[in-house]
Write a protein of this length. Structure first.
Length: 469
């Protein structure tokens, strides 16, 4: 895609790219980090050199690949895996239709966010601050804080579940792990660790193999094409949780930041769009295989045992891996859960604190004391401490709590999507890179469906409507 002569994209501020990566916790491997002193009249100042990317061919694709794949795969964290496994355990294959229908939404939403970063050279929080009033910006940041805190709690619950699997009480295991995370984040020594955690989280690909062990593919196709929708509170809650974990709010901020940090411009954006689409399809496929494998292992052709809806601990879903890993299924499940949980638990508290503080011009930075940056340290520390304290509550039913946190994500999502849609259709901001009719149709339909599901769910919680059953 070439830049139209009547509308050139805004100049890219490379210093802003580094600020955005620091704020949103982008892995260092994705950052434009080179710093060179300038010459001449700019003596003494430091600036970022423009990252030159190949414009065509396979090397161009490899140069920009990453943001879409990493962002989409990040959805398969502790909350995501438990949500998908629970859907399979309770409804067998009868939730696959919802996954297929919602597959278009994360592709479109993440593509819009990636395009915003490529055209403007700014992160999502910066764009919201610059284009909306203080009240609107405060609303967006409040939604982000609530959603990200919920996700952070879910990651610490994932760590607690890992401890239980290997026979260590959560109150013994979680505090030292929390201190390790604190050290890694504050000391900025996480580049290699991030890669290790990402690699560990890919253990969940074993579900793809497990899905081919004894699965009735005729039933899979039948239930996907002709679903049996049950208008009950449990069914509606499962759908809302499924959507909440598939299009998680923090993923949209992350993909925009990643695109900015890699120096991607409209000229190389075609490859990033391909990366977003491939990454989203990959994540949806893995989610589908988790549902299929769990449904096959825990249910029969006649349905699922009633007790499956009362599963309270994530390790009970590891039985789906026994066909592949045998007696090591729970250990393998724990390894994957540990990697996925540690990665997000280390990034989210810091990125949330940076996003909120820098949006409102407040002091921020891990090197600053509490007196120098009270709001930043309160958000950062508070998110971690609250999450760790919740994770060590004795006899906590982790699975129901995780599912409810994904529902919370879904409730916050429509508000943030409205901001994204308005930004992407801003003529002064995006010029000819605005949404077309098809993308707007899918985006607005996603918001409408989310609002409808949210109303249906909330009404059911107070005993009104079909979801009250």
């Amino acid at each position: 895609m070439t830049d139209p002569p009547d509308r050139q994209p805004p100049a890219i501020d490379h210093a802003r790219r580094e600020s955005e990566s620091r704020r949103l916790g982008t892995p260092r491997s994705l950052r434009v980090t080179g710093r060179l002193p300038s010459v001449g009249g700019d003596r003494g100042r430091r600036r970022f050199p423009r990252l030159r990317l190949p414009r065509t061919g396979v090397f161009a694709f490899l140069a920009v690949v990453g943001p879409g794949l990493i962002t989409a795969s990040a959805g398969n964290d502790a909350g995501g895996v438990v949500t998908y496994a629970s859907a399979g355990a309770v409804f067998r294959y009868n939730m696959l239709w919802a996954l297929v229908i919602t597959a278009l939404s994360p592709i479109v939403v993440q593509e819009m966010c990636a395009r915003l970063g490529a055209v403007t050279g700014k992160g999502l929080s910066d764009l919201i601050r610059e284009q909306f009033s203080l009240g609107s910006t405060s609303l967006a940041m409040a939604c982000l804080l609530i959603a990200n805190t919920g996700i952070t709690v879910s990651e610490f619950l994932g760590l607690a579940a890992c401890a239980q699997i290997i026979g260590i009480p959560a109150w013994i295991a979680v505090p030292p792990v929390t201190l390790v995370l604190w050290y890694l984040v504050t000391q900025r020594s996480s580049s290699l660790i991030e890669k290790v955690f990402v690699a560990l989280s890919f253990v969940f690909l074993v579900y793809v193999v497990a899905a081919f062990k004894g699965t009735d593919w005729g039933s899979v196709l039948h239930d996907t094409a002709q679903p049996h929708i049950v208008w009950t509170s449990t069914y509606i809650s499962a759908i809302v949780a499924l959507v909440g974990t598939t299009i998680s709010p923090y993923m949209q901020f992350f993909v925009t930041s990643s695109v900015v940090d890699k120096g991607i411009s409209p000229r190389t954006y075609a490859f990033t769009r391909a990366d977003v689409i491939i990454g989203s399809l990959f994540a949806i496929a893995v989610a589908g295989f988790i549902i299929i494998a769990t449904g096959t292992a825990l249910c029969t052709v006649h349905g699922c045992p009633a007790g499956n809806s009362n599963i309270s601990q994530p390790q009970q879903f590891a039985v789906a891996l026994k066909s592949v890993a045998g007696n090591s299924a729970e250990t393998l499940f724990a390894i994957g859960l540990f990697g996925a949980s540690m990665l997000a638990a280390g990034v989210l508290p810091l990125s949330t604190a940076f996003a909120i503080c820098e949006t409102f011009g407040l002091e921020s930075g891990t090197e600053k004391s509490f007196a120098q940056a009270p709001i930043f340290n309160s958000i950062f520390t508070g998110t971690i401490v609250i999450s760790a304290l919740i994770a060590i509550i004795p006899n906590l039913p982790i699975v129901p709590v995780l599912l409810n946190l994904q529902v919370l994500n879904a409730l916050m999502l429509p508000i943030l999507l409205i901001f994204i849609i308005r930004l992407i259709n801003n003529k002064d901001l995006m010029g000819t890179y605005r949404n077309g009719r098809l993308f707007n149709l899918i985006a607005y339909a996603t918001v409408a469906i989310l609002i409808g599901l949210s109303v249906l769910y909330l009404a059911g919680q107070v005993g009104i409507g079909p979801a009250a059953k």
